[in-house]
Design a protein around this ligand. Structure first.
Ligand SMILES: [Fe+2]
Ligand SMILES: [Fe+2]
Length: 192
């Protein structure tokens, strides 16, 4: 088995913790999408599916770096508590806010202190992508709370996800390249 260099032990622990968080977010959002479709919030379901795909991309990126650093990939999927779509959106937003304000800044600082380029890249990509999820979930909550018939959360909607970093947007061809990782727009995945 590969050895983890002593300066990378904490970084690998952080990557494993982020991997578990992203894997659980992916499972949760897919379940929330099914529930949102059942509740008639098809646009919210599209957003959950797009964010779920982004979290899967983050999990894959983190896993690759864990292996690169000699660690072993493992995570546990926790049981999912399904509530109303509005409550599920609020739970999703709280998770994203924790990642943006606390988890990724701490992990990024630790990786930066050790000049671990691969870990910096995967944490930075995830942090910036989660910011797009904070914005989109906040907007979805406002739409559902306002309860208007023409709310975007009611009708199946297209989202565009960067396949490299998970950056998520509802605006087609917003930039020529991903504003986070520079991947070309042509490679973005369309999620409905
Ligand atoms: Fe996210
Ligand atoms: Fe990207």
């Amino acid at each position: 088995m590969a050895e983890i260099a002593s300066e990378n032990v904490v970084t690998v622990q952080n990557l494993l913790s982020a991997l578990e968080g992203e894997s659980n977010a992916n499972a949760k959002y897919n379940a929330f999408a099914t529930k949102a479709d059942a509740d008639g919030f098809h646009g919210a379901a599209s957003l959950f599916r797009a964010a779920a795909r982004a979290e899967q991309i983050h999990a894959g990126n983190h896993a690759r770096v864990i292996v690169q650093l000699g660690g072993e990939v493992s995570f546990k999927i926790h049981e999912i508590e399904l509530k109303s779509t509005l409550e599920n959106l609020k739970m999703a937003l709280a998770g994203e806010q924790y990642e943006v304000k606390t988890m990724y800044p701490e992990f990024l600082a630790e990786a930066t202190a050790h000049n671990n380029v691969a870990a910096i890249r995967t944490f930075h990509g995830a942090l910036e992508a989660e910011k797009t999820h904070v914005r989109l979930y906040s907007d979805a909550i406002a739409q559902v709370e306002a309860g208007k018939k023409d709310a975007w959360t009611n009708k199946t909607k297209e989202f565009f996800v960067c396949p490299v970093c998970g950056y998520t947007t509802e605006t087609p061809n917003e930039h020529d390249n991903c504003p986070v990782c520079n991947a070309p727009w042509a490679r973005f995945e369309v999620i409905r």
